[in-house]
Design a protein around this ligand. Structure first.
Ligand SMILES: [Zn+2]
Length: 230
């Protein structure tokens, strides 16, 4: 079912539980591009208007339900059920969601991601070069950019919802050899190509196929050694 319709039904259900004797208003749900996981609700001319960050569009149903309970409790000036706020907080704290929110903040927040053309390296040009060498030039170019912060722990990240690859600014320096930057970009390009697999409840991003493909990189050992020395 379409995520907007599914979400509207969840809000309708929760509304009915909280206000069983009130006629159900028409519910207008929209996912918007916010720089965070914001959500708002208001009643206007008998319409219940719900605005949620599009980063929540992929959230599981129980999470949307918890959010509906939180927002409607606030609207009706009731205490928010502890279980709902705990469930919603747990979801936002999941490491993959946090990462994705960090990236969204980088892209849409005040600073945005910086241009693909860095001080030392041009990511668009590097992408096309790697695309030609390893992907027969067939990979559609995602949004590429340098992170505003020079992170040492997160050198690169691919964000599927936004189809964006961001590389840490720390790599955009003339004293970082090109092959090291190429390897990080190549690795993220493999994430574009290889979907994560779910093994039981675990999400595996570096699948066997991914690791096999990574071995194609011509100077893999050298690049990895260079990155360790950063
Ligand atoms: Zn990876």
């Amino acid at each position: 079912m379409e995520v907007v319709t599914a979400s509207a039904q969840i809000f309708a259900r929760v509304f009915g539980q909280m206000r069983p004797r009130t006629a159900l208003p028409s519910i207008d749900v929209e996912f918007r591009t916010y720089a965070n996981a914001n959500a708002q609700i208001r009643l206007e001319d008998g319409r219940l208007i719900v605005r949620m960050a599009d980063t929540l569009a992929g959230a599981p149903e129980p999470v949307i339900e918890a959010l509906a309970e939180i927002l409607l409790s606030k609207l009706f000036r009731r205490p928010v059920p502890a279980a709902s706020s705990a469930r919603y907080r747990r979801y936002l704290n999941r490491s993959d969601i946090r990462r994705s929110l960090d990236l969204v903040r980088q892209i849409r927040g005040r600073k945005r991601i910086d241009d693909a053309q860095g001080d030392a390296y041009d990511l668009n040009q590097m992408f096309e070069d790697l695309n030609f060498r390893y992907f027969h030039g067939l990979m559609a170019r995602p949004t590429l950019g340098w992170s505003p912060n020079a992170s040492r722990t997160l050198l690169g990240h691919y964000d599927p919802p936004h189809n964006a690859i961001v590389l840490s600014r720390i790599l955009d320096r003339p004293d970082v050899p090109r092959v090291a930057v190429e390897y990080v970009l190549f690795h993220e390009m493999l994430h574009v190509r290889h979907q994560a697999e779910h093994i039981g409840a675990r999400r595996c991003v570096h699948t066997r196929a991914f690791k096999e493909a990574e071995k194609q990189f011509e100077r893999l050992k050298e690049a990895k050694a260079l990155l360790r020395k950063l």
